[in-house]
Design a protein around this ligand. Structure first.
Ligand SMILES: *Cc1c(COP(=O)(O)O)cnc(C)c1O
Length: 386
């Protein structure tokens, strides 16, 4: 079990860490899971790739999440070995034959996503047909303004091809479903309605009733400078869109949130190793927890933590944060407002780092954030004034 602290300050006082420390907030994670489970009219799968830390999976499991979107054999092994009564779904549209075999025979996985007829044949070859196997056909959805990543750029079948695969899988006795992903950090609830309308076209062309309909992930998290629609707006769009499809009554609706479940539940506490004027050299960077500041342009809230040497000045200044590796691109984009007298040895808590941070770290230059504690305080910007 991870060490637990009342708040970030208590953690810093106890560890005085010269290495970056993730602060996971179990209560925040539990609240996000409970909200999704209450609001979504179907099965909620956590997208493991977003944050595969064992503590994250454990807290989500304890909060009632029993289904996991997995993309690789290691992710499947992690879920099935830790939680034998939980379901792992093999949602990567491109899989090795060995991975399909092991997933089926060793881990009892029965649900596979495909987006190409050759992949469908591969899965049927390795897993066999029949109603013990579920084939999810991933469709392409149109690009949406206001998403960080167009996940449809890489995967997804055209409607006509998708209809063909549904028919084929159905003919082989499999259970069938449709899936899509509108793109991560999707700020437009209507994108789900549009994608569901395309599902309607595919269902009509195929004439095959669906056992499952999976609306994917993409639900947004609140960062600095974002203004996200409430989760309820997404849910009502999905309910409206699904209702219009005249699905069979026992068709199971699924979703695969990653970011929206975990983004707010984890921060990172870094230490200032050197100050050069308005540049602060810290011990984590874009090859570590902060790659999404570059790849997705997200901006994160930050606050200084100082133990000794008196209170910080009230005067604030804009600082650039420099990562620890020798690469000159290892600089966090934008600036951070921090006390003007911040100096070597002070700590900075940088928040909203639950999604695609720990998951994306490299070992470049030997810098690798791997310490995680739990903290019982609220995220930055949500704390009561002291
Ligand atoms: C990454 C991914 C998710 C999670 O996406 P978020 O934007 O983090 O919600 C869900 N499903 C699939 C298939 C994915 O690839």
């Amino acid at each position: 079990m991870e060490r637990q602290f009342e708040n970030v300050r208590a953690m810093v006082a106890a560890l005085t860490p010269s290495y970056p420390v993730y602060c996971l907030r179990p209560q925040v994670l539990r609240r996000a899971a409970t909200r999704f489970l209450e609001l979504f009219p179907g099965r909620v799968l956590f997208a493991v790739k977003c944050n595969p830390h064992p503590a994250v999976l454990r807290i989500l499991y304890e909060a009632g999440i029993r289904h996991f979107d997995t993309a690789s054999l290691p992710e499947i092994a992690q879920v099935r070995e830790s939680y034998p009564d939980a379901g792992a779904y093999f949602m990567h549209p491109v899989k090795s034959r060995a991975a399909i075999q092991a997933a089926t025979r060793i881990y009892g996985v029965d649900t596979f996503t495909v987006d190409h007829p050759d992949e469908l044949n591969k899965v049927l070859d390795q897993a066999g047909g029949g109603e013990g196997v579920t084939i999810m056909v991933r469709i392409k959805t149109p690009p949406v303004e206001g998403v960080l990543y167009h996940l449809a750029g890489k995967f997804g079948a055209e409607p006509l091809d998708a209809a063909g695969m549904l028919k084929e899988a159905h003919a082989r006795g499999c259970q069938v479903g449709l899936a899509f992903h509108v793109g991560s950090q999707c700020l437009v609830p209507e994108a789900y309605g549009k994608a569901l309308a395309i599902c309607g076209d595919v269902i009509e062309q195929a004439g095959t009733p669906l056992n499952y309909l999976d609306v994917g992930g993409g639900f947004p998290a609140e960062y600095v400078g974002t203004n996200i629609p409430p989760l309820e707006a997404y849910m009502s769009e999905i309910e409206k869109g699904a209702k219009a499809l005249k699905l069979r009554r026992d068709c199971v609706l699924m979703c695969e949130p990653g970011r929206a479940l975990v983004a707010e539940a984890m921060s990172s506490v870094v230490q200032v190793q050197l100050r050069k004027d308005e540049r602060l050299y810290i011990n984590d960077g874009v090859y570590g927890s902060f790659s999404e500041m570059v790849t997705a342009g997200i901006r994160l809230p930050a606050e200084m933590v100082r133990l000794n040497g008196g209170a910080a000045t009230r005067e604030m200044k804009s600082f650039t944060l420099m990562g620890p590796t020798c690469d000159s691109v290892d600089v966090l984009p934008g600036t951070f407002e921090l006390p003007a007298d911040i100096h070597e040895g002070d700590w900075i808590e940088i928040d909203r780092l639950g999604a695609y941070s720990f998951a994306n770290t490299t070992r470049f230059n030997g810098f690798y954030p791997d310490t995680l504690v739990t903290c019982l305080d609220e995220p930055l910007g949500r704390r009561q004034a002291a």
